[in-house]
Write a protein that binds this ligand. Structure first.
Ligand code: DOR
Ligand code: ZN
Ligand code: ZN
Length: 450
C-alpha cells in the first residue's frame, strides 16, 4: 500500500462525544483512519500534536468577508486568514457587500473573485433576488443560504410587505436552503432615531436599536416563515425574550427555526459600549448584564444552537467618525471567538460537548455542511487546540484588516494552534502556512461541482 498523506499524532482526538488518545491518518483530503499510533498506516507527512486536542474544525456561519468594493475593510484572503487563525475551517460569507450579492450574476462574480484567494472553505449567502423566482438559479450558482435583513433590506424586493416576504420565503423553502434573518423592525428604529436627532454618542445607537425592535421583527417573521414552510435561522439573537419566542415557536408549533449568539452578546454588556465607544458598537447592540447572563444560560441549555462571530470589520476612520449615525456597526470576531469559547470551557461554564455542538456540529447540521465530526471518510477539517495556553487578546496582531476589539486586553485560556482544511495545514502557531486558493468554495447543489 502506498503511504497516506499525513498522520496527525500524539494528541487527544474528539470522537463520538469524547476524547481518545489516538492519531489521525489523512489521505486525499479525508480522514482515512482514527487509531492508536501503531495501528496507523505509513504516511509521507507527520504532524506532532503532543499534549494537544484535535477537534472537528470550527464552522462560522456568520462572517462578513467583504471583498469587491469593500476590500478596503477586508478581502477574501485576509478574512479567511483570520478564520484560519481562529480555528475555523469553514465560514459562510454575508451578501451585504458592494454591490450586494442579490443576483446569480453577482454571486458568480463573487465566487470567481474569491476562488484563488481563500485559505479555508467558504460558502456564500445570497440576498433575495428580484424576482424571487431566481432563487433556484442562485442556489445553482452556489448560494448555500439566503440572508434577510428585515430593517435595512439589501434586496430590491419590498419585504416590508408581508405578502412579498411570504412569497420570497416560499421560494427559499422550495429550494430547501435556510434563510438567515437579521431580526430588527425598521419602524421602531426610525422612531427612536427621529426622536434622538443628531448625535455623537454610541449609547444613542444602542437606544435606537432596543430589544423591542428584535421582538417585533421576530413576531412578524416567525409566522410568515412557518406559513412559507421555510427553515429560518435567527442571527445574533440579543435578548432573552427573543430566545423564548424562538424556543416556543420550535416547541409548540414545530417551526423550523434555529438561532445563533455572538461572543460579544454573550460576554459583553452595555458597560463595554460605554467604555469602548464605537469599537464596541454593533447591531444589534450590547445589552444590560442580566440579558447577557440570560443568553449564556440559554446557550448552555441548547436554546441557542450556534455561536457565530458576526465578524464585521470596518476601518479606523469609519469607527472614528463623530456623527454616530455615520459610524458603521460591527466588530471583527474571527480571531477572538474560539479563544473566548475555549476560555468558558476552562472556567467550567461550558462542556467540551457544548462547545463542539455550538461551534462545529450544530452549524454544520443546520446549514447542511460536511463538517462537525471526525470519522473515517469525512473531509479532514480539523482544529488543533492548546486547551491550557494562556494569552492576551491583542487586536494589533489580527490577520484581519480590522485592528480593534472590545476584547482587547482580556487574558484567556485556550487557543487554536493549528488549522487543517481538507488535509492541508493552513495555520500553524498563528502563522498562515498555505497560499490563497488553498481553501475551497462550497457549492452544495451546483451542477459541475468543483
Ligand atoms: O453590526 C453589524 N455589522 N450588524 C449588521 O447587521 C451588519 C454588520 C456589517 O456588515 O458590518
Ligand atoms: Zn445582522
Ligand atoms: Zn452580520
Amino acid at each position: 500500500m502506498p503511504p497516506v498523506d499525513l498522520n496527525v499524532v500524539g494528541g487527544k482526538v474528539y470522537v463520538d462525544g469524547g476524547f481518545v488518545e489516538a492519531g489521525i491518518s489523512i489521505d486525499d483530503g479525508r480522514v482515512a483512519r482514527v487509531a492508536k499510533e501503531p495501528h496507523l498506516p505509513e504516511a509521507s507527512g507527520r504532524l506532532n500534536v503532543d499534549g494537544l486536542l484535535v477537534l472537528p474544525g470550527f464552522v462560522d456561519v456568520h462572517v462578513h468577508l467583504r471583498g469587491m468594493e469593500l476590500s478596503y475593510k477586508e478581502d477574501f484572503y485576509t478574512g479567511t486568514c483570520a478564520a484560519a487563525a481562529g480555528g475555523f475551517t469553514t465560514v459562510l460569507d454575508m451578501p451585504n457587500t458592494k454591490p450586494p450579492t442579490n443576483s446569480p450574476e453577482r454571486l458568480r462574480e463573487k465566487i470567481t473573485r474569491a476562488r484563488g484567494r481563500v485559505v479555508v472553505r467558504v460558502g456564500f449567502y445570497g440576498a433575495l433576488p428580484k424576482p424571487p423566482s431566481r432563487i433556484p438559479e442562485m442556489v445553482e450558482a452556489g448560494a448555500v443560504a439566503f440572508k434577510v435583513y428585515l430593517h435595512h433590506p439589501i434586496t430590491e424586493l419590498d419585504i416590508s410587505r408581508d405578502e412579498v416576504l411570504l412569497d420570497a420565503l416560499s421560494w427559499v423553502a422550495e429550494a430547501d436552503v435556510p434563510a438567515a434573518i437579521h431580526a430588527e423592525d425598521a419602524g421602531v428604529i426610525e422612531d427612536v432615531k427621529r426622536r434622538l436627532g443628531p448625535s455623537t454618542s454610541p449609547m444613542d445607537f444602542a437606544e435606537a436599536h432596543p430589544i423591542e425592535a428584535e421582538v417585533r421583527a421576530l413576531r412578524r417573521v416567525i409566522p410568515i416563515a412557518q406559513k412559507a414552510g421555510a427553515k429560518i435561522h435567527i442571527c445574533h439573537v440579543s435578548s432573552t425574550v427573543g430566545v423564548q419566542l424562538i424556543r416556543k415557536a420550535r416547541a409548540s408549533r414545530g417551526a423550523l427555526i434555529t438561532c445563533e449568539a455572538t461572543p460579544h452578546h454573550l460576554l459583553l454588556t452595555v458597560e463595554d459600549l460605554e467604555k469602548w465607544g464605537s469599537k464596541a458598537m454593533t447591531d444589534p447592540p450590547l445589552r444590560p448584564r442580566a440579558v447577557a447572563q440570560g443568553l449564556l444560560e440559554a446557550l448552555k441549555l441548547g436554546w441557542i444552537d450556534v455561536v457565530a462571530s458576526d465578524h464585521a470589520p470596518h476601518t479606523a476612520e469609519e469607527k472614528g467618525r463623530r456623527d454616530v449615525w455615520a459610524v458603521p456597526p460591527g466588530i471583527p470576531g474571527l480571531e477572538t471567538t474560539a479563544p473566548l469559547m475555549l476560555n468558558l470551557v476552562n472556567k467550567g461554564v461550558l462542556s467540551w460537548r457544548t462547545l463542539i455542538q455550538r461551534l462545529s456540529s450544530g452549524p454544520s447540521r443546520i446549514f447542511g455542511l460536511s463538517g462537525g465530526e471526525i470519522r473515517d471518510g469525512a473531509p479532514a477539517d480539523l482544529v488543533v487546540v492548546d486547551a491550557k495556553r494562556e494569552h492576551r487578546i491583542d487586536s494589533s496582531k489580527f490577520h484581519s484588516k480590522a485592528h480593534y476589539s472590545p476584547f482587547d486586553g482580556w487574558v484567556v485560556r485556550g487557543k487554536p494552534v493549528a488549522t487543517i482544511v481538507g488535509g492541508r495545514v493552513v495555520m500553524r502557531d498563528g502563522e498562515i502556512t498555505a497560499p490563497g486558493g488553498a481553501g475551497k468554495i462550497i457549492r452544495l447543489r451546483a451542477k459541475n461541482q468543483k
